[in-house]
Write a protein that binds this ligand. Structure first.
Ligand code: ADP
Length: 446
C-alpha cells in the first residue's frame, strides 16, 4: 500500500479522500490555490502546498505545479477526485513518466472513453446497446441532416468532449438542425476547447441509470449495483439514489452484466461508472463511461458497505478486488446535492456562511468541507455538501432525508436545501415513477 499520496483536488472530495487515507494509515498531501488556504482539506492533510492563484487553470489544472508538489513532498501516487484533471489522459501519462502512480484507470482507457463519439463504438464492439446515431463525429451540416433523417427526429447533439450537461442540444425537426448545430458547436468550443459534436436519437422520457464498476490490475472486474440519477436540472444531477426504483432483479442483472462486459473489453481497472438511458419499455442504451470516482458514489457505499475510495487506493497499489461476489445491497440510500445557489435563478451564491447547523441522527451522512464562518470562494463549483440518507427501504430513506433537510440550517448564503425539501415531498418522486424530465415545470407544480 502507498505510504503517502497527493490529492489533486479541493472541497468535499479532497476531504473524503483524506478520510480514507487516515483509516488506511496513508499520509496525505493537499494542494490548494491561494483562495483555499482556509479550506478543511488543507487543515486536515498531513502536508499542504499552495500551487497557484485562485483561477483553476493556474492551480488545480496546473499539471507542472501539481507534479512538483508531489516530487517535493515525496508522494508516491496522485488521487484526482472528480472534475479538474480526473479525466485528463495527458496528466495520467505525465505522472507515469515521473514515476508517480495514478489512482485511476490507464491513460489509454481514459482517452478512449473521453471521446464520447468513439466510446459509442467501443460499447457497440463490446456488445452493449447504444442509441441509433453517429459512428463518428459530425463532419458537416449535410452529414448531420442525412444522419438525423435516418435516425428520425427528435435527435440530440452532444459534445464529444462533453461533461456536466453542457454542449447538448435537442433538435425536434430538420428546419432547426443547422442553427442548433452552430449553437452546440459554439457552446462545446467554449466549455471544452473542442467543438466536435456527435448525434444520437433523443429519448423522450428515459431514466438515467448508471452502474458502478470496479476492477483490479489482475483482470477482475465486477459491478456494485446501480444509481438512479433521473432527478436533474439542465442535464445536471440533483438527487441520486440506490437502488433504482425502476429495476427488476432481472433487468439489474442484464444491465450490470453489460456494464461489466464493457469494462472488461477495455481492460478497465479502478472505479468507474457506466451510464445508461433506460427507456419506458425496459430497453437500455449506453450513454457514456466516466473513468473516475463520481460525486454520487456515497449512495453505493451506503447500500453495499464498500468504501469506494479505500477500494480505489487498494487496487491502484496493486491489490486484488476483495469484495464478496454477489454481495447484495442492504436498504436504500438517497443523496441530495446541496449547492450554494439562488433557488429562483439557479445561479451561484458564494460568500460567508454565517450559521451552519448540520443534521444528524440515524442513517444520516454529510460529506462537506464547509463550516460556520467559511467563506465560499466564487471561483469553483457551487457544491457545499452532499447529504445522504440511508434507510431499510426507500420510504424510510425518504423520511430520513426529509427530516434531515428540515433540520439543516445554513445562513448567510442561499442554498438548494428548500428545493430538496420540496422534491422529497413531491408525489411523483415518492411514487418512484419519474423520468429525466421530472424537474420540468417543477416550480409551478404543487
Ligand atoms: P454529460 O457527460 O454532460 O453529463 P451525458 O451524456 O451523461 O452528458 O448526458 C446527461 C443527461 O442528458 C442524461 O442524464 C440525460 O438526462 C440527457 N441525455 C443525454 N443523451 C440523451 C438522449 N439521447 N436522450 C434523452 N436524454 C439524453
Amino acid at each position: 500500500m502507498f505510504k503517502k499520496i497527493l490529492i489533486a483536488n479541493r472541497g468535499e472530495i479532497a476531504l473524503r479522500i483524506i478520510h480514507a487515507c487516515r483509516e488506511l494509515g496513508i499520509e496525505t498531501v493537499a494542494v490548494h490555490s491561494t483562495a483555499d488556504a482556509e479550506s478543511l482539506h488543507v487543515t486536515y492533510a498531513d502536508e499542504a502546498i499552495c500551487i497557484g492563484p485562485p483561477a483553476s487553470v493556474d492551480s488545480y489544472l496546473n499539471i507542472s505545479a501539481i507534479v512538483s508538489a508531489a516530487e517535493i513532498t515525496g508522494a508516491e501516487a496522485i488521487h484526482p477526485g472528480y472534475g479538474f484533471l480526473a479525466e485528463n489522459a495527458h496528466f495520467a501519462e505525465v505522472l507515469a513518466e515521473c514515476n508517480l502512480a495514478w489512482i485511476g484507470p490507464d491513460a489509454q482507457t481514459i482517452r478512449l472513453m473521453g471521446d464520447k463519439a468513439a466510446a459509442r463504438n467501443t460499447a457497440r464492439e463490446a456488445g452493449v446497446p447504444v442509441l441509433p446515431g453517429s459512428k463518428r463525429s459530425i463532419a458537416s451540416a449535410h452529414d448531420a441532416a442525412e444522419l438525423a433523417g435516418r435516425v428520425g427526429y427528435p435527435v440530440i447533439l452532444k459534445a464529444a468532449a462533453g461533461g456536466g450537461g453542457r454542449g447538448m442540444r435537442i433538435v425536434t425537426d430538420s428546419e432547426a438542425l443547422e442553427a442548433q448545430l452552430a449553437t452546440a458547436r459554439e457552446e462545446a468550443s467554449k466549455a471544452f476547447g473542442d467543438g466536435t459534436l456527435y448525434l444520437e436519437k433523443y429519448l423522450v422520457e428515459p431514466r438515467h441509470v448508471e452502474f458502478q464498476v470496479v476492477g483490479d490490475q489482475h483482470g477482475d472486474v465486477m459491478h456494485l449495483g446501480e444509481r438512479e440519477c433521473s432527478i436533474q436540472r439542465r442535464h445536471q444531477k440533483l438527487v441520486e439514489e440506490s437502488p433504482s426504483p425502476a429495476l427488476t432483479p432481472e433487468l439489474r442483472d442484464e444491465m450490470g452484466t453489460a456494464a461489466v462486459r464493457l469494462a472488461e473489453h477495455v481492460g478497465y481497472h479502478n472505479a468507474g461508472t457506466v451510464e445508461f438511458l433506460l427507456d419506458r419499455d425496459g430497453s437500455f442504451y449506453f450513454m457514456e463511461m466516466n473513468t473516475r470516482i463520481q460525486v454520487e458514489h456515497p449512495v453505493t457505499e451506503m447500500v453495499t458497505g464498500v468504501d469506494l475510495i479505500k477500494l480505489q487506493l487498494e487496487v491502484a497499489s496493486g491489490g486484488r478486488l476483495d469484495v464478496p461476489a454477489g454481495k447484495t445491497a442492504r436498504g436504500h440510500a438517497i443523496e441530495c446535492r446541496i449547492n450554494a445557489e439562488d433557488p429562483e435563478r439557479f445561479i451561484p451564491s458564494p460568500g460567508r456562511i454565517e450559521t451552519f447547523h448540520p443534521p444528524g441522527g440515524p442513517g444520516i451522512r454529510l460529506d462537506t468541507h464547509v463550516y460556520e464562518d467559511y467563506v465560499m470562494p466564487p471561483y469553483y463549483d457551487s457544491l457545499i455538501a452532499k447529504l445522504i440518507a440511508h434507510g431499510r427501504d426507500r420510504a424510510e430513506a425518504i423520511e430520513r432525508m426529509a427530516r434531515a433537510l428540515e433540520f439543516f440550517v445554513v445562513e448567510g448564503i442561499q442554498t438548494s436545501i428548500p428545493l430538496h425539501r420540496r422534491i422529497m415531498a413531491d408525489r411523483s418522486f415518492r411514487s418512484g415513477d419519474f423520468s429525466t424530465r421530472f424537474m420540468e415545470g417543477f416550480s409551478s407544480r404543487r
